[in-house]
Design a protein around this ligand. Structure first.
Ligand code: SF4
Length: 273
């Protein structure tokens, strides 16, 4: 079964391929969803995921102009309440001439579409572009881990290639900055600047990565050798990598060292890339 000729790549799909080729195959070629619990306890995982989805919705409402007190009235859950208080007290001040909320851009790479969906893009009069992404994980990974995540490369890359549809003029990559903001650690946002050198390197890297995917047939996608990834993977029963789910506390520890994240896309079918 080859990959669909119209397959649209995203940072989460390519991150799956980098983390474990087999996971990419099961998820995107075979289109298998949720054959096993991802973590224990399952209810806590579901709750964390659902709160992540709701937090993104609340912030979207806020950025689209709904008054904060009306938004706060929707909140019943204590975790969501805590995150919302963080937002109200310390959210990034994206004061700029133009703001785009939940906007999606796309470019071409190796003959396929590569998309990025941004929580918030802020464009200043001087052409500076700031990409914001809200992260509801318990811990904030180290910058060195975040720098290696494909999202940190792909979001500025797609912006540099396709952002002219927002700005109306060619993009200078050095004017792009990406910021991750964590309601659990609101005073420590992670900042990553972009430039032309990174754009060239990312173009080569991503083209090679997409070609690696395209060159594989079903059955040729290797299982990861890093078996700690399997503890939190829904496919472990299919890979003979255990039937017992990892627990949430362990996941937090993994996150600290490897920027492991709950995949909101898989759980909700809502793309919060
Ligand atoms: S269980 Fe492990 S080997 Fe199998 S898809 Fe998941 S991460 Fe890959």
């Amino acid at each position: 079964m080859p990959l669909d000729a119209n397959f649209v790549f995203s940072q989460s799909a390519l991150q799956d391929f980098v983390d474990c080729q087999r996971r990419f195959e099961l998820k995107y070629l075979q289109k298998l969803r949720w054959p096993a619990l991802q973590t224990e306890p399952a209810l806590a995982f579901e709750h964390l995921t659902e709160m992540g989805v709701q937090f993104h919705r609340l912030v979207e409402q806020y950025l689209l102009g709904l008054p904060s007190d009306l938004i706060a009235k929707q909140i019943a859950d204590p975790l969501l309440q805590r995150w919302w208080e963080s937002w109200e007290q310390q959210h990034p001040q994206a004061i700029s001439e133009q703001r785009f909320v939940e906007v999606e851009l796309a470019t071409q790479i190796a003959g396929h579409t590569l998309t990025a969906k941004y929580d918030l893009v802020s464009i200043a009069d001087n052409g500076n572009i700031t990409i914001y992404d809200w992260k509801t994980s318990e811990n904030r990974p180290k910058d060195v881990s975040l720098q290696q995540r494909l999202q940190t490369r792909i979001y500025p890359f797609v912006m540099a290639r396709a952002g002219a549809t927002l700005t109306g003029k060619a993009i200078d990559p050095s004017q792009i900055e990406m910021i991750y903001w964590y309601p659990n650690v609101p005073a420590q946002p992670a900042h990553f600047r972009y430039d032309a050198t990174k754009l060239t390197a990312d173009e080569l890297y991503l083209e090679d990565l997409v070609n690696q995917v395209l060159q594989r047939n079903a059955g040729e996608f290797a299982l990861t050798t890093d078996e700690k990834r399997c503890k939190f993977c829904q496919y472990r029963s299919l890979c003979d990598r255990g039937v017992k789910a990892g627990n949430l506390a362990e996941m937090d520890a993994e996150l600290e060292e490897d920027a492991f994240e709950i995949d909101l896309d898989s759980v909700t079918a809502i793309d919060f890339d």
